[in-house]
Design a protein around this ligand. Structure first.
Ligand code: ZN
Length: 239
């Protein structure tokens, strides 16, 4: 049974809140992922993982926040970003909205590294409004089961952005979208530079948008394995 908030009615949410006050919130970004990765990878991966965790644990799942803090990707067409301060405010108000209805446990499933700093700042803001809130964050690609799998199968070529792991996950969840994307060979990119970078600095250092990855190693099969590892790991940690 779907646990998606957007597929429920308000009386169903009121009923849910009588026994459970926990909600999963998938967050990601709409940003370039190199020449062969989908622009939606960060929110699509977080959303699919959250939906599966929600079904397995019978926990309600909020609609995904498709946009994040992706200022440094703005030199690539298709990227949409909030400024850091706006993102902090958006996250704070999502927690406040849900909190007003009686939710008091918020588990964020995140697909984008640039969101981590503003997310944790927003959690401090929300906690200042209501000290009883229990707020948790899972950056799915940081889960130890996920990083171990990536180290074994991709090694250093997993990279830091447009990684083999995240591209694989969406090859598994959205195979149709990859049908029209031709395979390419990739040369290594520069090392991870001084951070933060402006959009133009990023594009100069990483001209095709990748950071250290070789997306050629990605596959739907790896994606299925990584997806299941992330779902099982989060379910286990939520017990
Ligand atoms: Zn990404």
């Amino acid at each position: 049974m779907s646990m998606n908030l957007q597929e429920k009615t308000w009386p169903q949410i009121e009923d849910y809140l009588k026994t459970k006050k926990h909600i999963l919130i998938p967050v990601g970004s709409t940003e370039q992922h190199g020449p062969t990765g989908l622009i939606g990878i960060d929110y699509l991966s977080a959303w699919e993982i959250a939906k599966a965790v929600g079904e397995k644990t019978k926990t309600l799942v909020a609609p995904p926040l498709c946009f994040g803090m992706a200022v440094h990707h703005m030199a690539f067409p298709g990227t949409i970003t909030f400024s850091p301060l706006t993102y902090i405010q958006v996250i704070t108000e999502i927690i406040q909205s849900l909190g007003r209805h009686g939710f008091n446990k918020f588990t964020f499933i995140n697909g984008h590294g640039g969101n981590i700093a503003p997310l944790t700042t927003a959690f401090c803001q929300a906690k200042q409004h209501n000290e009883t809130y229990d707020i948790n964050l899972f950056n799915w690609w940081h889960l130890p089961e996920v990083t171990a799998y990536e180290a074994e199968h991709f090694g250093k070529e997993n990279g830091f952005h447009a990684t083999c792991g995240e591209i694989s996950v969406t090859m598994f969840t959205h195979p149709e979208a990859y049908k029209d994307i031709p395979a390419m060979d990739f040369k290594p990119t520069q090392e991870r530079p001084h951070w933060p970078m402006s959009p133009q600095e990023f594009r100069e250092v990483f001209p095709d948008g990748r950071m250290g990855s070789n997306p050629r190693l990605s596959s739907p099969k790896h994606g299925e394995m990584l997806f299941n590892l992330a779902v099982d790991s989060i379910c286990h940690k939520m017990e």
